[in-house]
Design a protein around this ligand. Structure first.
Ligand code: PLP
Length: 437
């Protein structure tokens, strides 16, 4: 009763004063927030109405080590007490940021050795495009400005990140974007080659791709795809950037998503899983070669920096988060539990008439809803949002993707999930699909 009263009061304030990110405004005004979250523990979230649910997407693909970790709270508290903020501009630095940059150099693919810190994925993407373009200015090829990305990609909401995002609704949201971005069909190396030739190789700064396209519907690149991409980029002297904002730090069952493909990028964006969402942090790593070129060719100041680049508390949290990831073998767990999740998806696929393709790579996965399994025909109105609502009622939070004629449920549970919890997730999912079938 008491909870219901405070729910209503908060919901009213929410509607009047809180402009929510990525939210259907009319729906929010009509219904108020569905969940006012109060607590997180392990793989579960709790709300003001006393309900609990499995966090099937690790919130926004980020809470990799699960909720309610006291060790993280302790390190944040200690760091805030000692040095709550430090600039990293010019001659200033701090110990957690230095140690984190060194740790990242140790674990990153290829010869990525230097990190520029940001506060999240969108800033990381804008940073990557600016650093790539600046690099070509330093190298005496200032015409190399264009960034090529993929048609179903999501790279964030800053102006550059939106401009690189292939998913059109995000770009259509605003009627003016950053110039010099172009798009190619995903999973077709030939499309990249054709695009480079069409635009002129001397005008291309970089090609960017997510190792697994997350927000676009969890599309896993076929074997060999990134090897071919790497060699095309090399052939035309183009920088290859991976956007690992979702796929880094164990999500796919390896440290980084690109590790599955046996190639290394020249630059890499990360965020989310670096702190498992406990603090706002992201970054861009660049190769040793690029770093050396920057050192040798830069005459002036690197005129790009955020107030919170290298934030000491966020970096201390990240170091502790990586320590937990390694100590608890969560990357291996993601691989093993990912196989378990796929088995569960396949069982549902064999039992339910409306389940088409299912796929996972570690603990990122998708279940497609189809009208006809043979032809892959979709329902005129997507059913995934209805499944999602049924799942929420039964204690499972997931997301649906309906862009580009898709009707897909996407999953990314915390990397700490165990076999019993996977079975619980699968059971709820199966019942929720049955309810809309
Ligand atoms: N890049 C990718 C691949 C993402 O999935 C996201 C967010 O989901 C972003 C960038 C943007 O990150 P942020 O929301 O932290 O700005």
């Amino acid at each position: 009763m008491e909870n219901q009263k405070s729910y209503e009061q908060l919901a009213d304030l929410d509607k009047r004063h809180f402009l929510h990110p990525t939210t259907a405004i009319k729906q929010q005004q009509a219904n108020g927030p569905e969940f006012i979250l109060t607590k997180g523990e392990g793989i579960r979230l709790y709300d003001l109405k006393g309900r609990s649910a499995i966090d099937g997407l690790s919130s926004l693909w980020n809470v990799n080590i699960g909720h309610g970790r006291e060790e993280i709270a302790d390190i944040a508290y200690e760091q805030m007490k000692t040095l709550g903020y430090s600039s990293c501009f010019a001659t200033f630095s701090n110990e957690p940021a230095i140690k984190l940059a060194a740790k990242l150099a140790e674990i990153a693919p290829g010869n990525l050795t230097a990190t520029f810190f940001t506060s999240g994925g969108s800033e990381s993407n804008d940073t990557a495009y600016k650093l790539a373009r600046h690099y070509w200015i330093l190298k005496g090829q200032p015409k190399r400005k264009k960034i090529i990305s993929r048609s179903q990609s999501y790279h964030g909401v800053a102006m550059g990140a939106t401009s690189a995002t292939g998913l059109k609704p995000f770009r259509d949201f605003t009627n003016s974007l950053a110039p010099d971005f172009c798009y190619v069909d995903h999973f077709s190396p030939q499309a990249l080659r054709d695009k480079i030739k069409e635009e002129g190789p001397e005008t291309i700064a970089a090609y960017i791709a997510e190792p697994v396209q997350g927000a676009g519907g969890v599309h896993i690149a076929p074997e060999g795809y990134f090897k071919e991409i790497r060699s095309i980029c090399d052939e035309f002297g183009i920088l290859f950037i991976t956007d690992e904002v979702i796929t880094a730090f164990g999500r796919t069952g390896k440290y980084f998503g690109i590790d599955h493909y046996d190639v290394a990028p020249d630059m890499m964006c990360f965020a989310k899983g670096i702190t498992s969402g406990y603090a706002q942090l992201g970054g861009v790593m660049i190769s040793e070669t690029m770093h050396n070129d920057f050192i040798e060719l830069s005459e002036g100041t690197l005129l790009h920096g955020y107030t919170y680049s290298g934030h000491p508390m966020a970096c201390a949290v990240a170091l502790k988060n990586l320590e937990i990831l390694e100590r608890e073998n969560l990357i291996d767990n993601a691989r093993v539990m990912g196989d378990e999740l796929l088995e569960g998806f396949k069982k549902i696929q064999s039992e339910r008439s409306i389940v088409g393709d299912v796929r996972t790579l570690g603990l990122i996965g998708a279940v497609e809803i189809v009208k006809n399994k043979e032809t892959n025909e979709r329902f005129p109105e997507p059913l995934a949002p209805k499944v999602l609502a049924e799942a929420a009622k039964r204690g499972l939070i997931v997301r649906s993707v309906v862009f580009d004629n898709q009707d897909t449920l996407v999953f990314a549970p915390p990397l700490i999930i165990n076999q019993q919890e996977i079975h619980e997730l699968i059971q709820i999912l199966s019942k929720s699909i049955e309810a809309v079938e």
